[in-house]
Ligand binder design. Structure first.
Ligand code: UDP
Length: 323
């Protein structure tokens, strides 16, 4: 299939692009390179530098390329930033994404695999979280992703668009070539590994007074290659609707740091800092639906394996994609 990948120069999009190409699909990446990296775009893909907020540019790219399907990764994705600058999130993640749908309608593209998030559930009542949990986002990032799910649900009813919502838990890990390089980096695992690389003195733990066994927040960490595989399964089958993507195992911030100490052999000093606004205490996936319906089988579920892949990439790319 010819797949139009928005955000293909970003962390998750770059690896989905690589995996699609490995499976013989053709990929057109559409990315504004604001937060992504040209070096993260696989050589076998073609790259259109464009911004979803630019309606004409977006529609033109789709009507020119006429892809068979869209994988939509391009978005702002930081909880903390979204609390400070909500409009940035709605403009890019909702309005920009609507331009994408307009382009799909003009180019008669029906299928869209959308990078959604467990942040659409907010502070869930029941954990592990199933797809039928109430969606009450606790921050503008989660809200913006939920809003676009709702847009797509209406487009499904009114325009015959076939959306798949993949609600990710915490994406991490790397392949040999592609990995996580954000500036500033806010995510836990790369921040922990920066300390092991000698690029930071210590890692800050945001809050140790949550209602969890060790007081730090619990997340479900999922290897990026497993995430990418779920996208390809969602693309090639006759699927629609929402799927949670996580391993079903929760690890606290302290546990992640301990595993990273073991893998890197570095003592990784840590310090407790105030809570980060918008952080729910526990997010763990019930991903049985993805396993059953998509036939998804995560291959790298163990946290040690995930951190080892991330560590290998960061050691080989200590400055990320920068030369
Ligand atoms: N976190 C932390 N220190 C950091 C980065 C993150 O304690 O330097 C915590 C954060 O508050 C959250 C968890 O680690 O409880 C995972 O955060 P991350 O930003 O990696 O992903 P999120 O769950 O926000 O998508």
């Amino acid at each position: 299939m010819k797949v139009f990948v928005t955000g293909g120069a970003g962390y998750i999009g770059s690896i989905a692009t690589e995996q699609l190409l490995d499976k013989g699909h053709e990929v057109v990446v559409f990315d504004n390179l604001e937060r992504g990296h040209r070096e993260a775009v696989d050589d076998r893909a073609s790259l259109i530098i464009g911004d979803l907020r630019n309606r004409d540019e977006t529609i033109r790219a789709l009507t020119t390329e006429k892809p068979d399907a869209v994988m939509h990764f391009a978005a702002y994705a930081l909880v903390g930033e979204s609390m400070e600058h909500p409009m940035m999130y709605f403009r890019n993640n909702v309005e920009g994404a609507c331009h994408l749908v307009e382009g799909m309608l003009e180019a008669s593209v029906k299928k869209i695999i959308f990078s959604s998030t467990c942040a659409t559930y907010g502070e869930p009542e029941i954990v592990p979280i199933t797809e039928s949990e109430k969606q009450v986002p606790a921050n503008p990032y989660g809200q913006s992703k939920l809003m676009f799910e709702q847009v797509l649900n209406w487009c499904r009813q009114r325009s015959g668009i076939e959306p798949v919502f993949l609600r990710y838990f915490n994406a991490c890990g790397a392949t040999k070539k592609f990995g996580e390089d954000h500036d500033p980096e806010t995510h836990l695992i790369p921040n922990v590994l920066r300390v092991a690389l000698g690029q930071a003195e210590k890692v800050m733990m945001f809050g140790d007074d949550y209602d969890t066994p060790d007081g730090t927040c619990i997340r479900d960490y999922i290897h990026i290659v497993d995430l990418a595989q779920a996208h390809i399964l969602a693309l090639t089958g006759d699927h629609t609707g929402a799927f949670n993507l996580g391993n079903g195992d929760g690890y606290s911030v302290k546990e992640v740091i301990d595993v990273a100490r073991e893998i890197t052999g570095h003592e990784i000093p840590s310090e407790v800092a105030p809570r980060r606004p918008g952080d729910p205490p526990r997010l763990i996936a019930a991903a049985d639906k993805a396993r059953k319906v998509l036939g998804w089988k995560p291959q790298f579920a163990d946290l040690k394996t995930i951190i080892q892949y991330a560590w290998d990439w960061h050691q080989a790319h200590p400055n990320g994609y920068a030369k």
